[in-house]
Ligand binder design. Structure first.
Ligand code: PLP
Length: 450
C-alpha cells in the first residue's frame, strides 16, 4: 500500500534528499536514484516498478529462513503487545531473553553456556574487544591487549569493529585501526597461494599468525579473531588445513580464539556454526543476522566457559552494555526463528541437500572464460573473475565485476561484486529447482559480460 502511494521517482527524490545510506557514494546515488524495494516473499523481492528479483544475498546475508515467515511476524506482534520493552540492567530480566539464552546454549557448541546480547554484529565485536581485555585484566595479565585480525576480514563498522576488520578503505577514513589491533594476511589461495597446494598454503597462511604473535610478543597478545569463511571479503573459503592449525597456534600461546559467526552462524555453512564446519573450539563467538533471519535487529557474543568463569568468579561488575541488550521483541523473534530452523531441518537441508548441490552447480562455471575458480561452503558461493580471453577489452577483474553486477541487477538477480569476486549467500530455504533458476541467471550475466 505504502509503496504505491508515490511513484518510483518521488521515492528516489525523497531518498536522495534525506537518507544517507551505508557504504554509499551519495553524489553518485543521487544521480542514479536508489532501487526501491517494496515487498518480498520466500527467496524473491520486488521493486517499485514491479520487477521480481531472486535475492541471492538473503538481504545482507541474513534472511536465512526466507521472507514472509508468519511465525516470526506473530512472535513479534505477541511480544509487542505483552511487553514491548524492558531492559536487562539493574538486576531485571525478561522471559524471552532468558528463553533465548537457554536455547542458544543448546544449539551452540558445548563450551558455550552464556550469552551477552547486543543489537548488531558490530556491537558484538565491540563487546568482544572489551570482554577479551577484561578477561586478561582479571587474569592478572593486563599487558595482553593486542588482538590480531586479518586483512580483508570484516567485523563491522563501529570504531572497534572496523579496526578488527582489515578493510583498507575503512581504515583510510577516521584514523583506524584503534591501538593494539594488528592484522595478518588472509588465507586466500587464489590470490596468494598459486604454485603450491591448497593444503600447504593453508599451513603457511596459519603460520603468519605465529609469526605475528612472536613479533608482538606472546605475552602481549590477547586474542585472534576471524570469520570461519570470510564473507564480505568475497566468500574466501580457507584450505582445510588452515583452521586446525590456527587452533593449534592459539592453544600453544594460550591466546583466546574468537569466531565471528555473524554470517556463518545459524546453518549457513551446513552446521549450526562455522567453527563446527572448520573444526575449531572458539572461546568467544559473535553472532547477529541469521539469529532473527534479519526480521528485527539482534546480535550478541556467546561466551565460552574459560572467559565466563573468570567473569563470574573474579570479574565483579563488567561495565559494558546497551539499552537494547536482550530486547524482548528481538529475543522473541529469534526464539521463533531458531525453532523454525529446527522444524524445517534447515541445517541438514544445507549440509546434505542444497549445499552439495550448490557446490556441484558452481563447479560447472569453471569452464567459463571469465571464471578463474569457484568456491562454495554450505550456502555461500564465490565466482573468482579473471580478465577473460585475450581480445576482451576489460582493464581489470574489478571492471569485470562492475559490469557483471550491472547485468545481474538488470536480469532479476541479486548477486554481489566484491572486488574481483561475484558472490551469493541465498536463503537456506532454497530448493534445488530454485538453485537451477539462479544458475541460469548467473551464467547469463557472465555471458552478457563477455
Ligand atoms: N561480522 C561479520 C562477519 C559481518 O559480515 C558483519 C556484517 O556484515 C558484521 C560483523 C557486522 O554486523 P552489523 O552490520 O550487524 O553490525
Amino acid at each position: 500500500q505504502r509503496a504505491a502511494s508515490r511513484s518510483t521517482k518521488e521515492w528516489q527524490d525523497a531518498d536522495s534528499k534525506h537518507f544517507f545510506h551505508p557504504f554509499t557514494d551519495h553524489g553518485g546515488l543521487a544521480k542514479k536514484g536508489a532501487r526501491i524495494i517494496t515487498r518480498a516473499e520466500n527467496i524473491y523481492i520486488w521493486d517499485s516498478e514491479g520487477h521480481k528479483i531472486l535475492d541471492g544475498m538473503s538481504g545482507l546475508w541474513c534472511v536465512n529462513t526466507g521472507y514472509g515467515q508468519q511465525a516470526l511476524v506473530d512472535a513479534a506482534a505477541k511480544q509487542m503487545k505483552e511487553l514491548p520493552f524492558y531492559n536487562a540492567f539493574f538486576q531485571t530480566s525478561t522471559p524471552p531473553a532468558i528463553e533465548l539464552a537457554e536455547l542458544l546454549a543448546e544449539v551452540t557448541p558445548p563450551q558455550f553456556k552464556h550469552v551477552f546480547f547486543t543489537s548488531s554484529g558490530s556491537e558484538g565485536n565491540d563487546t568482544v574487544v572489551r570482554m577479551v581485555r577484561r578477561y586478561w585484566d582479571i587474569k592478572g595479565q593486563p599487558e595482553r591487549k593486542t588482538i590480531i585480525g586479518r586483512i580483508n576480514g570484516y567485523h563491522g563498522s563501529t570504531m572497534a569493529g572496523a579496526s578488527l576488520g582489515g578493510m583498507s578503505g575503512m581504515h583510510a577514513q577516521g584514523g583506524l585501526p584503534i591501538p593494539d589491533i594488528v592484522h595478518i594476511q588472509q588465507p586466500h589461495w587464489f590470490e596468494l597461494g598459486q604454485g603450491m597446494s591448497r593444503e600447504a598454503f593453508g599451513l603457511k597462511a596459519a603460520g603468519w599468525l605465529e609469526e605475528k604473535i612472536l613479533e608482538v610478543g606472546p605475552e602481549r597478545v590477547a586474542a585472534f579473531i576471524g570469520e570461519p569463511v570470510q564473507g564480505a571479503g568475497g566468500v574466501i573459503v580457507p584450505p582445510s588445513t588452515y583452521w586446525p592449525e590456527i587452533q593449534r597456534i592459539c592453544d600453544k600461546y594460550g591466546i583466546l580464539l574468537v569466531s565471528d559467526e555473524v554470517i556463518c552462524g545459524f546453518g549457513r555453512t551446513g552446521n549450526w556454526f562455522g567453527c563446527e564446519t572448520m573444526g575449531t573450539r572458539p572461546d568467544l563467538m559473535t553472532f547477529a543476522k541469521g539469529v532473527t533471519s534479519g526480521y528485527v535487529p539482534l546480535g550478541g557474543v556467546m561466551v565460552g566457559e574459560r572467559v565466563a568463569q573468570a567473569l563470574i568468579d573474579d570479574g565483579g561488575e563488567f561495565n559494558h552494555g546497551f539499552t537494547y541488550s536482550g530486547h524482548p521483541v528481538a529475543c522473541a523473534v529469534a526464539l521463533a526463528n531458531i525453532k523454525l530452523i529446527q522444524q524445517l531441518n534447515l541445517v541438514s537441508h544445507v549440509k546434505n541437500n542444497i549445499g552439495p548441490y550448490l557446490a556441484e552447480r558452481f563447479a560447472e562455471l569453471n569452464d567459463h572464460p571469465l571464471v578463474g575458480e569457484t568456491q562454495t561452503c554450505g550456502m555461500m558461493g564465490a565466482v573468482q573473475l579473471v580478465k577473460a580471453k585475450p581480445g576482451t577489452t576489460f582493464a581489470s577483474e574489478l571492471e569485470v565485476g562492475m559490469v557483471c553486477r550491472a547485468h545481474c541487477f538488470g536480469n532479476g538477480l541479486i548477486m554481489r561484486a566484491v572486488g574481483d569476486r561475484m558472490i551469493v549467500a541465498p536463503p537456506l530455504v532454497m530448493t534445488r529447482p530454485q538453485i537451477d533458476e539462479m544458475m541460469v541467471l548467473i551464467r547469463r550475466c557472465l555471458d552478457l559480460t563477455l
